[in-house]
Design a protein around this ligand. Sequence first.
Ligand code: HEC
Length: 133
Amino acid sequence: MKLKISTRLCVFVLAAMVASSCSDSKSDNPVTPAPEDKKVSFAGDIKPILQANGCLNCHGDRGGLSLATVEAIMKGGDHGPAVIPGNAASSNLLTKISATPPFGARMPFNGTPVKDRDVELLTTWVNQGAKDN
Ligand code: HEC
């Protein structure tokens, strides 16, 4: 009997914890992290990152996916557009440089993973609409 009560209490406490953690995250203000405030430019920020990480060595203008221009990025490769403007989480450009790419290998292929700071800029650029700026 005692055991049953403490099990119920435990379930109740767990449920309360889950409920409160949910409501906490909902009541949070949608405060955008600092990097989102910066206007990210394709020519000034993004292209240099793609260059520095060797992306353009393999994804230049020699067929297949090209990352050389915004137009080419939108055209994409075998798996569709490399970027979905406003949606970094669903953009191949970002998912392919993550530790768990949805298909194929982590980019840069056989290279050093892209630095967090660069990933942040790429993410911000896509979420700001992937403008050709
Ligand atoms: C050494 C050559 C090489 C480099 C460098 C490289 N890639 Fe790739 N990339 C490939 C190959 C090969 C594939 C196809 C196989 C795969 O998906 O893993 C590919 C596929 C992709 C795709 C998926 C295209 C599609 O639609 O199927 C994306 C997006 C991509 N690369 C982005 C990048 C980015 C961003 C960088 C730089 C951080 C990069 N790649 C660096 C060789 C490279």
